[in-house]
Design a protein around this ligand. Structure first.
Ligand SMILES: C[S@@+](CC[C@H](N)C(=O)[O-])C[C@H]1O[C@@H](n2cnc3c(N)ncnc32)[C@H](O)[C@@H]1O
Length: 331
């Protein structure tokens, strides 16, 4: 099957980090566009930079499908599209210092004050970018939101790992690049655009953000356990945090015909979030085994190991006579 027939790549299924040279079938500078929308800019970049391998990262599936059709019809061999959130793609899929350039065109501005925290570009995101770009690599950002532009300028200026390639933090005209859909819309509506052309300098950021380690699927066995129905009755939602991340146990579901409970769990670590099910099953007369349900392609990160441990601790707190019999958990 040819690459065109594969369609886009699902970020959750890819190895950490991705050996991009193997995926492209050649070793070449790696460029990333984040939030490529209809893919026009990405395709133009691919045509102008034939010597580069180009990865487009996008969270919207309709955008991915429409851009993938363009990639296939133009038979672009130097572009791969990935369904992923930006932070997740940078942290898990890209090796440290592996990128020669990142483009972010018209990121969602989230103009309402109560939504500002959803903006993509902030200090932690720039630190993650700094860890993935190699020294001298380019960072190009464009926006038509004046308030967001000032925020981006402030974040870039205060970050030790970036310098502007221009004498000013941004310019209002850039005729060297293809206009994106949002850019054309902004101009048609008379909004000023802000173009940032920065460079990763030689000063390292505070963290190298090593890509997450993938561990064995965790499990833990508790002895002297009550019946599952008693465990279900005593369940309460809970949140646990540590320097490894945050785990929230949201709810518990009891299987009707099967000796099993499913704990709806949200896990947030560095730049990766996972919503997964932890299972509690009876083992023999009075033991319970806690594990991870295979639904949804969970990845066994350190925070998933912590989640199993936290769930066991919560259960022991409610049923203090229980004891951990064995586990393969790495904390
Ligand atoms: C305002 S549109 C801009 C699209 C295109 N770059 C342009 O200029 O026409 C923002 C795009 O970013 C995508 N997006 C938003 N947040 C994202 C994230 N965290 N990771 C990846 N893509 C994201 C959206 O799906 C959308 O396609």
């Amino acid at each position: 099957m040819s690459r065109e027939e594969w369609g886009f790549l699902e970020g959750r299924w890819l190895p950490w980090p991705v050996p991009w040279h193997d995926y492209f079938g050649r070793s070449a500078p790696l460029l990333v566009e984040i939030g490529f929308g209809n893919g026009q800019f990405l395709l133009d970049l691919a045509a102008r930079r034939e010597e580069a391998n180009i990865v487009g990262v996008e969270i919207s599936q309709p955008s991915l499908r429409s851009a993938q059709r363009k990639v296939s019809s133009q038979q672009r061999k130097n572009v791969l599209l990935v369904h992923a959130l930006a932070g997740q793609a940078l942290w898990t899929l890209c090796a440290p210092q592996s990128l020669s350039g990142v483009f972010i065109n018209f990121p969602d501005p989230w103009p309402k004050a109560s939504h500002r925290s959803r903006r993509l570009i902030d200090q932690p995101f720039l630190s993650l970018l700094a860890a993935r770009l190699h020294p001298q690599a380019m960072l190009d950002i464009a926006t038509d939101d004046a308030q967001y532009a000032l925020e981006i300028a402030r974040h870039l200026a205060s970050h030790q790992s970036f310098d502007s390639r221009l004498p000013t933090p941004y310019v209002h005209e850039d005729n060297t690049r293809l206009r994106t859909k949002y850019e054309s819309l902004a101009r048609a509506q008379g909004r000023l655009c802000y173009y940032f052309k920065w460079r990763r300098n030689k000063t390292p950021g505070e963290s190298h953000y090593p890509p997450p380690r993938e561990l064995a699927m965790p499990h833990l066995i508790l002895s002297s356990a009550p019946h599952l129905s008693a465990v279900a009755r005593a369940f309460e939602p809970a949140t646990h945090s540590g320097e490894w991340g945050t785990v929230r146990f949201i709810g518990m579901f009891e299987a009707r015909d099967y000796e099993s409970l499913l704990v709806d769990t949200f896990i947030d670590e560095i730049a990766l979030t996972q919503r997964l099910g932890l299972t509690i099953r009876a083992r023999g007369e009075d033991a319970l085994i806690i594990g991870v349900h295979e639904l949804g392609f969970p990845r066994a990160t350190p925070a998933v190991h912590h989640a199993i441990h936290c769930l066991a601790s919560d259960l022991i707190q409610r049923h203090p006579y229980m004891q951990i019999l064995s586990s393969n958990i790495k904390l």
